[in-house]
Design a protein around this ligand. Sequence first.
Ligand code: DGL
Length: 269
Amino acid sequence: MVSRKQKSIGVFDSGIGGLTVVRALMSRLPNENITYFGDTARVPYGNKSAEVVRTYAIEDTQFLISQHVKVIVVACNTASAVAIDALRHHFDIPIIGMINPGAVRATEVTRNGRIGVIGTLATVASQSYQKEILGRNKALSVVSKACPLFVPLAEEGWSEHRISQMVADEYLAPLRKESIDTLILGCTHYPILRTVIQRAVGHDVLLVDSGEAAAGEVAEVLASTGLMNESTALPNYSFFVSDVPQRFRELGTIFLGTPQMRVTKVHIP
Ligand code: DGL
């Protein structure tokens, strides 16, 4: 019988990108078991309507709850941006999204009060980062930019490719002109392109990885609810996808840097 503390952290994303958040969780919480669901049959979420993404997010959460997880981490920024309130309304389990932790971190580290946010079309359209940041401090200013081409470039494994650099330079030139000193990587895939993004905005701009910030919040939630796993046994990682497990396995190696992944295909009703 598994105790409540030993249950997994449930993580879901629209597909593979959420593994950057898993990587942050593994490094911040090395004792924790993790159950991941990637909705590879319905990816991408970033250019779908808020209503559709909400429905998907509810179904993804239902699946993770059926796997007996102890908390839910919404690794997908798009789902965090448009569905977090609906999820908290529907489910009685701690739910951690990406927007609040990323926004809080950015407000803490900015020096000149000018913060950039990049994400999918849906995340940027929702203005969720902006609302969260300005809700904390109205004196700050926020400029946002959707960078939809970053997702396929990251999935191609072109993390430092010259084409990725050209795309980053083109997308991020307007943010550079705005003299931002902090940039939120508001999408699961963007940490993969960190090097080209940093070059495009300049080395004096601080990059905030929402996934890393969220891993800190997960640690706080586990500690405050008494759910931290104290077992020192090797953690168990399970991965589920809604389609094409082989591709997930291949890309997972790039995203996670681990050679062996057990990936199971499941049907989400
Ligand atoms: N996971 C999505 C996000 O973080 C990016 C990929 C997609 O559009 O589904 O917003």
